[in-house]
Design a protein around this ligand. Structure first.
Ligand SMILES: O=C[C@H](O)[C@H](O)[C@H](O)COP(=O)(O)O
Length: 230
C-alpha cells in the first residue's frame, strides 16, 4: 500500500475532472492524495467546487483554498472521487475503514458519478476479508449489537465496537456522533442480501457496503494504471 501508488491513482482520476464540476471529496489516505493534487490545480486556476465527506477533508480542502459548498446549497454533484477498503466484482465496495462511511454514502448518492481511486491491493475477487464497518446510534447500543450479532452469528463471526486509539477504550465517534461496529465476515458471497438485512436492522444508521455507486475505479499498479468499469 505505497503512497506512490495512491498518488498515481489520484493523479489518473483527473482524466474524469472538468472545469466547473461540482465534486464530492472523499476521505482517507488515498482521497487525501487527490485533494492535495486538486489544491495545486485550483491554485493554478481550475474552477471547481467541492463537498467534503468528513471534518478531516473539510480541514484539508479549506487549508488548500479549494472552494467548498454543502449539499444544502448544492444538492446535485457531478462526480465524487473517493478511496475504498475493498473493490469487488462489479465495483461493489467496502468503505468506512476511516469512519466516514455515512457522509461518504450521502455524498456519493448525490453524485452523477463516483470514481474510486486505489492501489491494486484493494481489488478482491470477493468482498469480506476487510471487516465491514457498520455505523450505529449510541442510544440502545447493547440492543442493536444483539441484533447485529444474531445476523452474523449464523456465520459464526464477530462484531466488535470500534474504539478510539489510546488507553481510554472510549468508543470511536463518527462525524455524525455515532459509533461503529466492525463485522468480520471474511467472505460476503451475496453483498446485496447482506446490505438489505443491514438496512432493515433497527439502530443501524448506515453500513460500508457501497453497491451500485462506483461508475469507474482507477487502480494503480507498479506497471501503470488500470480503469475498471462495473
Ligand atoms: O471511511 C473511510 C473511507 O471509506 C476511506 O475511503 C477508506 O477507508 C479507504 O481509505 P484509505 O485510502 O486510507 O485506504
Amino acid at each position: 500500500m505505497s503512497v506512490a501508488l495512491k498518488r498515481r491513482a489520484a493523479e489518473a482520476a483527473f482524466a474524469f475532472i472538468e472545469p466547473g464540476m461540482r465534486l464530492g471529496l472523499g476521505t482517507g489516505s488515498t482521497a487525501a492524495e487527490f485533494v492535495d493534487l486538486l489544491g495545486a490545480r485550483v491554485a493554478a486556476g481550475l474552477d471547481v467546487v467541492g463537498v467534503p465527506t468528513s471534518a478531516r477533508t473539510f480541514a484539508q480542502a479549506t487549508a488548500l483554498g479549494i472552494r467548498l459548498t454543502t449539499l444544502e446549497e448544492t444538492p446535485d454533484l457531478d462526480l465524487t472521487v473517493d478511496g475504498a477498503d475493498e473493490i469487488g466484482p462489479n465495483l461493489a465496495l467496502i468503505k468506512g475503514g476511516g469512519g466516514a462511511l455515512l457522509r461518504e454514502k450521502i455524498v456519493a448518492a448525490s453524485s452523477a458519478g463516483m470514481v474510486v481511486i486505489a492501489d491494486a491491493s484493494k481489488t478482491v475477487a470477493e468482498l469480506g476479508a476487510f471487516p465491514l464497518p457498520i455505523e450505529v446510534v449510541p442510544f440502545g447500543f447493547a440492543s442493536t449489537l444483539r441484533r447485529l450479532e444474531r445476523l452474523v452469528a449464523e456465520l459464526g463471526l464477530t462484531a466488535d465496537l470500534r474504539l478510539r486509539p489510546g488507553p481510554a477504550s472510549d468508543p470511536y465517534l463518527t462525524d455524525g456522533g455515532h459509533w461503529i461496529v466492525d463485522a468480520s465476515f471474511r467472505r460476503i458471497p451475496d453483498p446485496s442480501r447482506l446490505a438489505t438485512a443491514l438496512d432493515a436492522t433497527v439502530g443501524v444508521v448506515e453500513h460500508g457496503l457501497f453497491l451500485g455507486f462506483a461508475t469507474a475505479a482507477v487502480v494503480a499498479r507498479d506497471d501503470g494504471v488500470e480503469v475498471l468499469r462495473p
